[in-house]
Design a protein around this ligand. Structure first.
Ligand code: FMN
Ligand code: ADP
Length: 293
């Protein structure tokens, strides 16, 4: 299917949509405006690393849905192209000609410092300039933070250590879970702390287990302070991983709602308590911390 919209585009995985990615999006928006084109972020689904089995960290900072929501909130179009081994094995010339130029009418390309197209990553920026001399293309240099290139893997490392604020400074916004509220064991309400359990994407990166101060945004757009637990709840039993939010000063049934949970700060590591009373007391202190944070 060919769409008639004329686009300026960037292409990549953009996991996290961090400040380095946002710099590309900003330049893309300016160039699109200057040339009367629709600014478009073209990504892949699933993530290229998962399809190609590239070793390294399998977890992602953003699901495709989260990326799409963020990119669109900036006023850019978002497209997730189906990615497969067949797509990966196409020479970059074929992929760019067929998918980017012919199908999507891209008239201007904005590329990140390390983006490579096509089989064996042969489609470097210089190769593209040579192969498609009629296609205006610019390359955006890497963004640095603390003397190092800002990257998705640095953000993953920070989150795995519970260094949420560091992740926030790299992302330009808090680390977020976006998902539907599902039923848990219905124990929370019996100990005075009902918790909305958020379903996470399969590959979603799980930060260090423990309690966090957070902000929860409900489907009606309202924002609430919350205290969040991420972990296996060892005091209750050996349970599957849960990301659960107790919303402060709130009492309503929100099962089935799609909510956002934004992590603000790590409070403490998850522990195995000797009794439910000890667990309750600690959650009370965590809630007080989150209230005053
Ligand atoms: C702020 C907060 C901190 C928590 N910390 C721990 C903990 O350290 N260890 C633990 O075993 N469970 C912890 N929990 C999880 C509770 O055990 C869990 O919320 C309870 O089992 C209710 O689960 P349910 O929502 O599935 O009913 C915490 C929960 C909250 C809200
Ligand atoms: N303050 C609150 N914070 C989070 N969820 C609440 C709150 N008050 C009521 N709820 C509701 O209670 C549910 C959680 O109760 P809980 O007993 O922990 O059950 P579950 O084990 O199913 O999570 C939430 O999904 C939500 O619908």
């Amino acid at each position: 299917m060919t769409d008639k919209v004329l686009r300026a585009a960037t292409v990549g995985n953009f996991d996290g949509c961090h400040l380095g990615h946002q710099q590309i999006f900003q330049i893309l928006r300016n160039e699109a405006k200057a040339h009367g084109l629709v600014p478009t972020v073209i990504s892949f689904e699933p993530h290229t690393r998962h399809v190609l089995g590239i070793p390294g960290h399998p977890a992602l900072l953003t699901t495709t849905e989260e990326k799409g929501a963020f990119v669109r909130s900036l006023g850019l179009d978002f497209l997730a192209l189906p990615f497969s081994r067949e797509v990966a094995e196409q020479p970059y010339q074929t992929f760019i000609q067929n998918e980017i130029l012919d199908k999507l009418n891209v008239k201007f390309l904005v590329l990140g410092h390390d983006h490579r197209f096509g089989a064996a990553g042969k489609g470097s920026f210089d190769a593209i300039l040579q192969t498609f001399p009629e296609l205006p293309a610019i390359q955006v240099s890497a963004k640095y933070k603390d003397g190092e290139v800002l990257s998705s893997s640095r953000i993953r490392d920070a989150l795995e250590k519970g260094a949420v604020e560091r992740a926030t400074t790299f992302l330009g916004r808090p680390y977020r879970f976006h998902g539907i509220v599902v039923a848990g064991k219905r124990i929370g309400r019996t100990i005075g702390f009902p918790t909305a359990n958020v379903q996470t994407g399969v590959y979603k990166l799980i930060p260090k287990y423990g309690a966090y101060a957070a902000v929860v945004r409900l489907q009606d757009g309202s924002a609430h302070r919350a205290v969040v637990n991420i972990g296996l709840q060892p005091s209750i039993g050996d349970l599957p991983l849960a990301v659960e939010a107790h919303i402060l000063d709130f009492n309503a049934d929100i099962y089935g709602q799609t909510i956002d949970v934004d992590l603000l700060t790590f409070i403490r590591a998850e522990q195995k308590f000797a009794s439910i009373d000890d667990l309750k007391r600690q959650i009370g202190m965590d809630a007080d911390f989150a209230r005053n944070y």
